[in-house]
Design a protein around this ligand. Sequence first.
Ligand code: F6P
Length: 370
Amino acid sequence: MPTRAKPCPTGSEHGGRLTRASVGRMRVGVLTGGGDCPGLNAVIRAVVRRGVQEYGYEFVGFRDGWRGPLEGDTVPLDVQAVRGILPRGGTILGTSRTNPLAGDRGSRSGVERIKDNLAGLGLDALVAIGGEDTLGVAAKLNDAGINVVGVPKTIDNDLGATDYTFGFDTAVNIAVEAIDRLHTTAQSHHRALVCEVMGRHAGWIALHAGMAGGANVILIPEQPFDIEKVCAYVQHRFQTRYAPIVVAAEGAYPAQESASVGDQGLDAFGHARLSGVGQMLAEEIEKRTGIESRSVVLGHIQRGGTPTAFDRVLATRFGLHAIAAVRDGDFGKMVALRGTEIIRVPLAEATSELKLVPVDRYAEAEVFFG
Ligand code: F6P
């Protein structure tokens, strides 16, 4: 793969890599990796539309995240292929949690295989759309000499270096609609209802959905909870003649125990598959207070379906700026939102730390507990 292009005698350089003047008509690969997320198709569409219409580039789609470049599995990707996909959930390219840096890949490493496949396809650069794991791989491949630009995706909104990731707003709105509905059924039956939302390391979805939905208490992974305190909030809410909704992130856990709740194995990046805290809470609340309690796990409903207008616009802007970074030869970068501006940050920096809910943001929500 012409990943280390000859320096351009006329153009400016970014870290000794390709420059706009040196690259001319480029061929660019696009992939979506990790958990899917509303807005992925909007990014793909923006990358291809600007790339073809403004820069005259050609595109190749890779199937199923890093599995595509690893195995050379591609799909055609032109303007026709991206027509009508702006409001569609999921990803037309497919996704997976394949980790090309892990495991035994035979005589050639995952990096070598990807390099060979990209070279065979005549690709000059890669746009990788993903979360901490996908972009962590992108950073390593960039270090190995592959021209990569990253786009931050995750409903969890836990990527450092960007104020928001697309998909988060949609997930929060889905959760808020569910909480609104749970309020009316909880009230009718005089029950406590526990709503478990996604967020394994960071409680952003729980925080925003819980605040917007008027939760009785919000539990997040950053703040281990005291089950007695949760029960006290629930009892107090009943005294006000209003049925409580407890919103819990899947990664929330009791302060009294060190282990996280639920054990359903690990994914390819070594993350625990979580689920179970909602059920555990409902059982404990009922046992300790005598109040009938049930739990609902929203799970993948939060990742499916059409993106909100906010996510469509953010995803589209990320896509436009990602392909502009390719045009500028500004590789090893991730596009990010700062305030209302789209900026570029080093991939390594963007993937070095997760963005967790700060104590003061949680304290704002706590005013409404109980
Ligand atoms: O990272 C996004 C996320 O939705 C997490 O909130 C959740 O823990 C995980 O993905 C679930 O992944 P999978 O769909 O692979 O089970």
